[in-house]
Design a protein around this ligand. Structure first.
Ligand code: NPQ
Ligand code: MG
Length: 370
């Protein structure tokens, strides 16, 4: 396969409600799309998982665009006609880090390749389900009443598990209220690195609430701390930010740093590495679930394919489109009996709707290839 044209499309989509985490509040989703045209006549589309500021991880959108243009695309362009999705990671490996920039590039190439082969992401990755149970991530709110109302609406819609974002000052009480109000629901929390090991006794007070897991309580580079914490609390520890590769997953599992893994394709450099993480976790008896970065339909579609692999045994943050967007960039993903359908068409199985894209486009820039 050969790339004939590439372009970067910056978009800004309003969120249906502000989304607050321990690292900030988002009112819009800002990202860019990578759009490839290939010699097969098929296009490839992918969505960058980074945010404007390096607050979730060290990566950020402007940095991802720069590293794509100056460091990643030239290495792929050097492959000429021999470009294929499985060759992307090895070609980019000399460049350290920049998983989200690598992810958007490999995913667009994989989409184009699969469309030309008439094969779906699910088929290529090893999906064993045609629909996946949907969880929802609930941001930090201004009041307990607001939180309970939001959780109640999601439960009414059919979401099968609720994830509460927590931070110091917004943890025990919101969790207790949700558990007491809504009973025996699937409930878990995500701290996005907001605690330290000195908070272990405090976090142990979450033990009473039978949470499915606590996600990333400590800084991303503190694997030893997570192992220590896991010995001091009963809630299973799940890692998100700490895991950027299958090797990280193997290390974290061996150290006892996690009992569960949140696999986010954007965070780990793409879908092929995501499958390798899944394989390591499955072989070790560690359950996986598919996380997200508030993707539009373009990024949500391949996440659903990944979430249909056999080791993804917990509901993911693979919510319906209307959890985040009044108008998605693809036909919307909808909740059906608490599940979202895995696309079956070639590539991601979704089409970008041009008028909807135009309405949210900030800029289109050709990306020199070769
Ligand atoms: C997480 N996602 O699991 C992330 C982090 C996150 C669904 O909870 C704008 C864009 C705001 C991406 C806030 C969920 C975001 C974002 C949080 C990602 O840690
Ligand atoms: Mg997380």
């Amino acid at each position: 396969m050969r790339i004939e044209q590439a372009e970067i499309i910056w978009v800004r989509l309003p969120l249906v409600a502000p989304f607050r985490t321990s690292f900030g509040t988002s009112h819009d989703r800002d990202t860019f799309l990578l759009h490839l045209t290939t010699d097969s006549g098929e296009e490839g589309w992918a969505e960058c998982g980074a945010e404007p500021d390096p607050l979730y991880s060290s990566e950020f959108l402007a940095g991802a665009e720069l590293v794509l243009r100056d460091h990643l695309v030239p290495r792929l362009a050097a492959l000429g006609d021999d470009l294929a999705a499985h060759l992307v990671q090895p070609a980019l490996a000399p460049v350290k880090g920049h998983w989200m920039a690598k992810h958007v590039l490999e995913t667009a190439v994989l989409d184009a390749e699969l469309r030309a082969q008439r094969v779906s992401f699910g088929h290529r990755l090893g999906a064993v389900r045609d629909r996946v149970p949907a969880g929802v991530s609930v941001g930090i709110m201004d009041s307990h009443d607001e939180l309970l109302a939001a959780v109640g609406r999601y439960l009414d819609q059919g979401y099968v598990r609720i994830k509460l974002k927590i931070e110091p000052g917004w943890d025990l009480e919101p969790v207790r209220l949700v558990r007491e109000t809504y009973g025996d629901i699937g409930l878990q929390v995500d701290a996005n690195t907001a605690y330290t090991l000195a908070d272990a006794a405090h976090l142990a007070r979450l033990d009473d609430f039978d949470l499915l897991l606590i996600e990333q309580p400590l800084p991303e580079d503190d694997l030893r701390g997570h192992a220590e914490l896991a010995g001091r609390i009963r809630t299973p520890v799940c890692l998100d930010e700490s895991i950027t590769s299958a090797r990280d997953a193997a290390t974290a599992i061996a150290l006892g740093s996690c009992a569960v893994i949140n696999v986010k394709p954007a965070r780990v450099g793409g879908y092929l590495e995501s499958v390798r993480i899944h394989d390591v976790a499955l072989a070790n008896g560690v359950p996986c679930w598919c996380g997200g970065m508030l993707e539009t339909g373009i990024g949500r579609a391949p996440n659903l394919a990944l979430a249909a692999l056999p080791g993804f045994t917990l509901p993911g943050d693979t919510s319906a489109s209307d959890r985040y967007y009044a108008t998605d960039l693809t036909a919307p993903f909808v909740l059906e009996d608490g599940h979202v359908r895995v696309p079956t068409g070639p590539g991601t199985g979704v089409e970008v709707l041009p008028d909807l894209l135009d309405a949210v486009t900030l800029s289109r820039t050709p990306l020199p290839w070769g």
